[in-house]
Write a protein that binds this ligand. Structure first.
Ligand code: SF4
Length: 324
């Protein structure tokens, strides 16, 4: 018996499997790919060597920024919470009246990148947490020329504001364990509007890009800040070495050997433990003053308490402002 006689391996009780007939696979007919017709001028472009040019990019950013600021000033209808917390009243009135400026470019161009980074930080936190009951809440009140957006709410008593910022600001916050003053004012503006203009912000007929408040009552007892250090581009940092030192200092203050999220911290303020009534009065008065000038079609007085020349550096009206 040949060791290659398979009949003996099959055994007496088994039938031999019939060998399948293998059909040859039909070869597909490959059609030649039709070459696209490249127009002559396009073909010339493709053949030319081209690389990303940083100087050209900066010009592109500059031009886009001008376009964006121009559109913003042409279309601004209302004051924002940021305007109330940080803005000079002359600047606010000019923007709402769509007064043109001589030069629409931002005074410090890296600020454009910072706004993109800031948006990403907001998305990162809001998309990865289920702890908030409402997110990106539009609070528009046309009758007082106000429009704002709250980052997050938790139930009816906690406002959460996400703030991205450069490392040197972050360092001051973790050292003092205190939020920035303007951030507190901005959040108090939201409290003021939610508690005094809720009906109006739920029932107006204007378009909003995000959802309106969903509850019928808010009684804000806590404001909470999520601070995220996202960049080292502060105008007062002179060199990369100085920037690296700043980051290392932050890690040291936080003793962050095992904390990979050392660039993120959380500050909670219990409003029952501090008297915020003078600040709410300031907010109320500033909103009323803006509306007084608008309703009576008056120019802002030079000695108005809400004119703030500390804000002139970044102000687009600084080239032509009589108050500067
Ligand atoms: S230049 Fe200064 S004073 Fe004039 S509107 Fe701007 S911030 Fe106000």
């Amino acid at each position: 018996m040949s060791i290659f006689n398979f009949d003996d391996f099959i055994g007496p009780n088994q039938e031999q499997t019939e060998q399948p007939v293998i059909q040859p696979i039909e070869q597909p007919v490959i059609q030649p790919i039709e070459q696209p017709v490249i127009q002559e001028d396009l073909a010339a472009n493709i053949e030319t060597e081209r690389y990303f040019d940083l100087n050209n990019f900066l010009t592109e950013v500059y031009n886009k920024d001008i376009e964006k600021n121009h559109n913003m000033i042409q279309n601004q209808k209302y004051m924002s919470a940021y305007d109330i917390s940080s803005g000079c009243i002359q600047n606010i009135i000019n923007k709402i009246r769509n007064v043109p400026v001589r030069n629409y470019s931002s005074k410090w161009l890296p600020i454009v990148l910072r706004s993109y980074l800031g948006n990403s930080v907001h998305d990162f936190i809001q998309e990865n947490s289920n702890q908030f009951t409402e997110k990106e809440i539009s609070i528009k009140v046309p009758e007082i020329n106000f429009s704002g957006r709250i980052d997050c709410l938790i139930n009816n008593d906690v406002i959460v504001e996400i703030k991205s910022l450069p490392y040197n600001d972050y360092r001051k916050i973790i050292k003092t364990k205190s939020p920035r003053t303007n951030d507190v004012y901005q959040t108090l503006v939201y409290k003021y509007i939610l508690e005094n203009y809720l009906e109006q912000s739920k029932n107006h007929n204007e378009n909003t890009r995000t959802q309106k408040p969903i509850l019928n009552n808010y009684n804000i007892k806590y404001i909470q800040f999520i601070y995220v250090a996202h960049d080292i581009m502060a105008s007062d940092i002179e060199s990369l070495d100085e920037a690296i030192q700043s980051v290392q200092h932050v890690k040291k203050v936080l003793n962050s050997k095992h904390n990979t999220f050392y660039f993120m911290c959380n500050l909670l303020i219990n409003l029952d433990e501090c008297d915020v009534s003078p600040h709410l009065t300031y907010i109320k008065n500033k909103i009323e003053r803006v509306n007084y000038y608008l309703a009576n079609n008056l120019n802002v007085k030079k000695d108005d308490e809400f004119v703030d020349t500390k804000a002139c550096f970044f102000c687009l009206y600084s080239d032509s402002c009589p108050f500067k």
